[in-house]
Structure formats: C-alpha cells, structure tokens
Design a protein. Structure first.
Length: 395
C-alpha cells in the first residue's frame, strides 16, 4: 500500500490483486501532476469540476478516488477489469460509498455529455485513437480536455491524435518527468469514425490457425498481425480432445481458443482476459470461425479466479510479462497457480513463452513436472500435468 497526498486529502492506494510484496505504486507522477492542475496548483487556471467528469484509462483508480473524495462523481472508463477492482477497493478504503464513482468499460456506450474529460495516456496508441473517436460526440465547445502521462509515454503521434480527433492541442512543461496535454474541442469533434476493429486471415504457416479470420479491437496485443509466439504455439496446439473444457487464458484476440474449438467442435471453450477489448476481440474471432454448435463463454476477469476448481481439462496460455511499464513474472505465476486449481486431476496446462523467462521452473514448482513439447531459438512450448509426474521431463 502507498499513500498519494494531494491538497484534497491523502489516499492509501493499492493495485489489484493486492500483494504486500508488490513494491510498485498504484499511482504515478503523471496522476499527481493532473490532480495538482485540477486543484489550481499549477500555472494554469483551476478546472471547474461541477459538470459531468469522465476519467479514461485511470490505471489503478488514483484519479477517480481523489475526485470522488472531493465530492465529485466521476465516471471511470477503462479497458481493464483489474483497474475496476482496484478502484472499488481504493474507493472503499477511502471511506466512500460504492456509488461515489461510476464504472464503465471501453466497450460500453459513453456518457451523452462530458464536461470534463481526463485522459491517462495509455501504452497503446490504437486504444487512445479508438477511445477519442468514441468519446468525441459527447464533447462540446466548453468541454475541458486534459491528458496526462509520463514524458516517455507522450509522443508527437499522441498529440497528433488529440489534434486530429478533438481539436487544437498543446502540452505543459514537464514536472517530475510527467507532462499534461491540453486540448480544445472544435467543429471537427466526432467527424470521423474509429478505424477499429480490424481483421486479417492467417496464412498456411500458422498450424492449427491456418485460414482463420482474426478480429482485433483497438489495444489488443499485436492487433496488426499475429505475434510470432502465438504462431509457434499454433503449430504445436494440442487437439483431439473431444468434448473437453478448454480455457484460453489471457486470450487476447482469442485465436488459440478458436483454433482449438475449430479442431474439436464438441469442446467447450472459455476465453478469459482482464482486457475488455481483448474479450470482445476473442468473441468476434470465435463467431467468425467456429461452428454455431460449439459452446463458448467470454469472461473479463482476474485470471481463473471465477472458474470453479477442478472443472477444466486443458488450459492454453501465452502469458504477458509486462504490467504497464514494469517487467514482472507475477502475472504468469498467478495464471499458472490459477490453472493448477482449475484443472481436473490429469488436466493439462500448455504454455508458450520466450526461452529466457524460465517458465519451466515455475511449472515444476507448482505441478511437479514440466515437459518441453517444442522449442526453437526464441520460444518454447511447455506442458504441465496436474497430479501426474510420470512420463514428464523436468527441464
């Protein structure tokens, strides 16, 4: 837990899921800079927050919690299930009622009118583009639009998006390696529609995925083309599982689970990701390829916490190893631990990852076994079996 101190008050904040060993802060200098600006503590005029306030991309709820603590009722719009959960926890920790904030996803219909739009610049330029297009019709000539981010996150292309979609744009001076973006809505607002989602067809070098149509909403990993790790996994994807319950964990655009469903139409496939954009992409990819009779479920959630223990036959996983700007193995460990709990005895977890990440060590600790199914100079596909160590090589 770490404390964010503002002129409006001090807030003890955590990320989600909360981990006392986690040394990463739940807020950044960019969040603090924006809050100082809103309170009139910078060279700019203070912002009138009496109208409808929308906060886009607040990573762990720091901005939203501080605004709620000031007596406003902000709407948080985020692509992250974990950000929603963190915000709920941080709002409660501040002693505020659950209805002190409104929680919305990037897939939900935006508010009809926005008087103050606050944008925490995301890592994905495509997601920023999509969200500005979606929100632009709710803006008016008097809407105050302020973005914030670390200097390393704000590029010329970032400013060009604000300028092209919303209106004239300028930036502040840098403070503690953070910067603000000021944008004034003009007559161009809402004139163009978002170019997302986009789709492409996998070529014949994609193993079990060959010929599949892949649909990507903005912000999904490798939305323009199939990443090489997933392509390698598809060449070695386990099939012939009949009516098994398969989980595509951290599903992204859903190509792994969809390929499994096409290969085994009697299977039941659950697609899980913490990104709402990813879950929407997975559903679109599945609908574009799978048999109408194949059963599927699409879940925005925290790894496998919502999946009943001992209910899954096969988990397919290409785990991320970045949490925003931080490189961490915590997400993979959480996914692997959740997979072990969710699998039936004899159930299997199949993982693809960069060789240097050493996932075989984690799997061996959790499952007691780890078999190399396939490898090349960069990637490795691993298989771990719940409740069985015989016939597997620990490497």
């Amino acid at each position: 837990m770490n404390r964010l101190t503002t002129s409006w008050g001090a807030y003890d904040l955590t990320r989600f899921p909360e981990d006392p060993r986690d040394q990463l802060r739940a807020w950044s200098a960019a969040d603090a800079y924006l809050l100082r600006h809103l309170a009139g503590e910078t060279e700019e005029e203070p912002v009138d927050l009496s109208g409808t306030v929308a906060v886009v991309g607040d990573r762990w709820g720091a901005l939203t919690t501080a605004l709620a603590g000031r007596g406003h009722t902000p709407t948080l719009i985020t692509d992250s299930f974990l950000a929603h959960e963190a915000t709920r926890a941080n709002v409660a920790r501040a002693g505020l009622a659950p209805d002190a904030v409104r929680l919305s996803t990037t897939r939900d219909t935006p508010p009809d009118r926005i008087d103050v739009l606050l944008v925490r610049v995301p890592k994905s330029l495509a997601l920023l583009e999509d969200q500005l297009h979606r929100l632009a019709p709710a803006l008016h000539a008097g809407t105050v639009v302020v973005g914030t981010g670390m200097v390393t996150e704000i590029h010329t292309s970032t400013l060009e998006l604000f300028e092209r979609i919303i209106g004239p744009t300028r930036t502040s001076l840098a403070r503690q390696k953070a910067r603000l973006i000021f944008c004034t809505p003009d007559q161009r607002t809402g004139a163009n529609s978002s170019p997302w989602p986009r789709s492409y067809v996998l070529d014949g070098d994609s193993g079990a995925g060959s010929g599949l149509t892949v649909v990507n909403h903005a912000g999904v990993f490798c939305a323009e083309r199939l990443d090489i790790g997933t392509r390698f996994f598809l060449r070695h994807l386990p099939t012939g599982r009949g009516g098994a319950h398969i989980v595509d964990l951290g599903c992204g655009n859903g190509v792994l689970g969809t390929a499994a469903a096409v290969a085994d139409p009697e299977a039941t496939v659950t697609f899980i990701d913490e990104s709402y954009q990813a879950v929407a992409s997975a559903e679109a990819t599945f609908r574009a390829n799978a048999d109408d009779a194949t059963k599927a479920e699409f879940v925005a959630g925290d790894a496998l916490t919502a999946v009943p223990a001992g209910s899954v036959d096969l988990v397919l996983n290409n785990p991320p190893f970045h949490s925003h700007q931080a490189t961490t193995g915590a997400t993979a460990w959480r996914m692997f631990s959740g997979a072990r709990a969710a699998l039936r005895p004899g159930g299997e977890l199949w993982v693809v990852g960069n060789r240097h990440l050493g996932y075989h060590v984690k799997l061996r600790k959790l499952f007691g076994n780890s078999q190399v199914v396939a490898s090349d100079p960069k990637f490795v596909v691993l298989r771990a079996v719940k409740g069985s160590v015989k016939g597997n090589s620990s490497r």
